[in-house]
Ligand binder design. Sequence first.
Ligand code: GLN
Length: 272
Amino acid sequence: MAEQRLSQCSDSASIDARVLMEHVTGYSHADIIRKNDQALSESQQSLFDELVAMRETGAPIAYITGQREFWSMNFLVTPDTLIPRPETEILVEQALLRIPKDAEVTIADLGTGSGAIALAIAYERPHARVIATDASRLALETARVNEERLGIGNVELRLGRWFGALGQDRCDVVVSNPPYVREDDPHLSQGDVRYEPMTALVSGDDGLDAIREIITDASNHLKPGGWLLLEHGFDQGEAVLGLMQSAGFVNVETVGDLAGQDRVTLGQWVAS
Ligand code: GLN
């Protein structure tokens, strides 16, 4: 019965139903297959019905269950933070290619949200110092919970807008998944994004306001030879590449995601 109702609100209704069932029972996917004739307790059944009803109104699975996997790590996500996307793992991968394994480098993640990018990098590079900034106190609180739950000790959380929270610190690598959606993008009224924080999604008429601001200020916060890596929309690669080249970055390139869409543009700051 639940499946039938779920199918009215999702293309992947049976997956949604299974994830909610796992959440309610605490069982893994394999457990559910193994124990498929076991009945739910009364309280499990009523919780399941409640969560299905939330999903029917359109609430994202990640906010209902309060979690989302990113970089094979489990993150708390709340409506104060964007839901981590698989394509953002490209940003982490590209950053790691530029961070030597044992070096004591300084990395910044601007607009960290749940902390997913910063914590994934910090986990992979335990000798690095990772500064994660966000203008939202509530988002930083979510990132703090994730830092504690994951037991990662080399991240510093700082409240502030983009580079504003960095002070005098200069970085070897700066990463950001800033808001980059256009104000009038019709996707904003569809699916999960309706529930996500607007300030984490939208950035002016062309979606590039935050990216422009970050690129302009980057020269004051990167060490010579340091890298800036920015996630952006599939149709913004050329524009971001142009902005970075005009600002004086070298070795600028755009990297596609697994779907072959432009996703990350990066460049190196060589001037002092
Ligand atoms: N990738 C998100 C989307 O397309 C946008 C995230 C962002 O603006 N940083 O919905």
